[in-house]
Design a protein around this ligand. Sequence first.
Ligand code: F6P
Length: 336
Amino acid sequence: IQRVGMLTSGGDAPGMNAAIRAIVLALDSSVEVIGYKHGYNGLINSESIRLTQSDVDNIIHLGGTIIKSARCKEMRTSAGIKQAVSTLIKDKVDALVVIGGDGSFNGLLAIQEHWAGQVIGLPGTIDNDLDGTDNTIGFSSAINTAIQAVDKIRDTADAFDRVFIIELMGRHSGHIAFHVGLASGAEAILSFENTDTEHPEQVIDSLAKQVKQYQNSCNNSFLICVAENLWPGGVTQLRDQLNRYDFIDASACILGHIQRGGAPSANDRILATKLGVAAVEALKGGMSGFMIGERYAKPILVPLLDAIKHTKMVPDHLIQAHKNIKAINPTKIDNL
Ligand code: F6P
């Protein structure tokens, strides 16, 4: 390999810079690295920079991505894909590494169909929703950031004995909501795996009963962590629905993009470094069409198609753990 192209695509994730650094530093210094800027737009518009070892010297601790990111609608068109491929050919790129989530891997698979170079994906998304990897780069940082925020909400919720509904990111997955809910001791977690949104009235009724039961036993704050895009009408609607009960004083908070920012956690720096180094090994071994994932703390090669075929769900044992924690609360339920 003489020239490697690299881009970060989709929602940025803390640890993307650490992955860029690892790839550049693990490659032989004779290999040129081209960073395409703003995700696939950089390929389509031929916007790139050379990435040398000194460019990545001091970036392991930085959030965001030094080569920028974007979502690229043109990569869903055949004209866009052809344009991206023609840039790779013009730039004499031998291999392309994409750090991103499922949408980014779709783009990579489309490129693979029209290009003879090697393609490798690294899982970079706070959502942790890619199949075939235990963790994605950015997830650990996002949940740490969110937990700090939820701890603060707990303080004010406690002072008022309030119900707080907190929306966590994840697009269509509940990993952030569930992990943050567990780690912050939330009284309820609503995620795709455990909530029947076809019957919202039943869910509200059951939540109201839990709140009442909780008030009867200790009268403290009651936190509900909710996965984004789960509740019809969103968390403000859920707040209004709960506030119809005269014994509930509920507020809603959408944590939003703060979950994507900040310095990467130690776990994300280490994961990004491990996977970046493994990506270089895979390239040297002539591999193509794989995501470098992590299973039982070791890097593994997962066919790109398998990584995006299904959204990885929250494991049952975590859902069960939360249920069991709730079971130790007093069980007396008053009539509403
Ligand atoms: O995929 C990462 C993510 O932060 C999701 O959790 C969220 O649904 C989405 O991106 C938000 O995207 P945008 O920043 O484009 O609004």
